[in-house]
Ligand binder design. Structure first.
Ligand SMILES: Cc1cc2nc3c(=O)[nH]c(=O)nc-3n(C[C@H](O)[C@H](O)[C@H](O)COP(=O)(O)OP(=O)(O)OC[C@H]3O[C@@H](n4cnc5c(N)ncnc54)[C@H](O)[C@@H]3O)c2cc1C
Length: 286
């Protein structure tokens, strides 16, 4: 199938892109890497009158570290983040997860902002942003908004972005922490059946599951059962039990709810158990 006809314009600035969106919010779509949008257009799931290309905007590019905050431009491609030294040093969880996202051709065009704005429930990056306690920087006709990742993903393919807003960047607090990632997919590069991005800081553990419901979500009860003191196998077992209260009973053709819960527990043990041994702790410092 081919997409419906549309007009195309390359925006020269974020301000221009916002003005284009504001002129016709529901007939205009931003085009970043196109790796989710173009298939949707070709399947006629969406038929905008105008595509505004934001792929080359310098305002959406770059990674900067200011104090203990890492800012990543929404336009950074998956491939660039996989090899960025700032990511390897300060937020290796992002690169670890991106190695599971699709394949090199898709990663060379797909962007961080596109993946987060698309909010696919089975996508890796929304869960990573929940685990890293990221804040989204959003611009629209009324100015700039900062939204925590926990408030950004509102449902299946739904976010807190208004139709005339652009995700500009995200900010991650850099703390000494451990992080880990695991997913189960039928083949490497496929969307996951269930996945987990996890971090541990001095005062909190964040367990972000994806592909387990309509949106990536933090498993609060399981994290509470892990506690903040020294980890041991009993606490991990308690977290696995508590997980049943966190994950929605989500059946789909890939897996039944009970199978998914079982697999989520497998991932939880796989990611957290190595953290029992402090000698393999990987500090991430600013
Ligand atoms: C075969 C295939 C396999 C894939 N496998 C995976 C996978 O395993 N895991 C995974 O996570 N993803 C996967 N993807 C999706 C891929 O990661 C996409 O790159 C990503 O989801 C969207 O990024 P994009 O830059 O291509 O966005 P686009 O497709 O250009 O845009 C997606 C949506 O986001 C909006 N948007 C884009 N940028 C912004 C912004 N800055 N502000 C506001 N709105 C914006 C667009 O208007 C559009 O609605 C796969 C894609 C394909 C084609």
């Amino acid at each position: 199938m081919k997409s419906a006809a549309f007009d195309y314009v390359r925006a020269g600035s974020v301000a221009e892109a916002i003005a284009r969106l504001a002129a016709d919010p529901f007939g205009t779509k931003l085009l970043a890497g196109g790796q989710s949008l173009l298939p949707a257009l070709n399947l006629r799931l969406s038929a905008p009158a105008l595509l505004v290309d934001i792929a080359r905007l310098p305002e959406l590019a770059g990674i900067t570290l200011t104090g203990t905050t890492l800012r990543i431009g929404a336009g950074c491609t998956h491939a660039s983040l996989l090899t960025a030294p700032e990511i390897a040093r300060h937020a290796p969880l992002i690169a670890e997860a991106l190695a599971h996202v699709a394949h090199p051709a898709i990663r060379s065009r797909g962007t961080l902002g596109g993946s987060l704005a698309n909010a696919d429930p089975a996508a890796e990056l929304p869960a990573v942003m929940l685990a890293l306690d990221a804040t989204m920087i959003i611009e629209g006709p009324s100015g700039t908004r900062h939204i925590k990742a926990t408030d950004f993903f509102t449902g299946m393919f739904e976010t807190a972005l208004a139709a005339d807003e652009i995700l500009i960047a995200l900010e991650i607090p850099i703390r000494t922490q451990r992080s880990g990632f695991a997913e189960l997919a039928r083949r490497h590069g496929d969307y996951a059946i269930i996945g987990l991005a996890a971090t541990m800081t001095a005062d909190a553990t964040r367990l972000a599951f994806f592909a387990g419901g309509p949106t990536a979500q933090l498993a609060q009860r399981a994290a509470g059962a892990l506690g903040t003191g020294p980890l041991n196998h009993e606490r991990i077992a308690a977290a696995c039990t508590a997980l049943a209260q966190d994950l929605p009973a989500h059946d789909d053709p890939e897996a039944s709810a009970s199978m998914r819960l079982h697999l989520a527990r497998v991932l939880l043990r796989r990611v957290i158990t190595p953290w029992i041994n402090p000698s393999i702790r990987t500090p991430i410092t600013a």
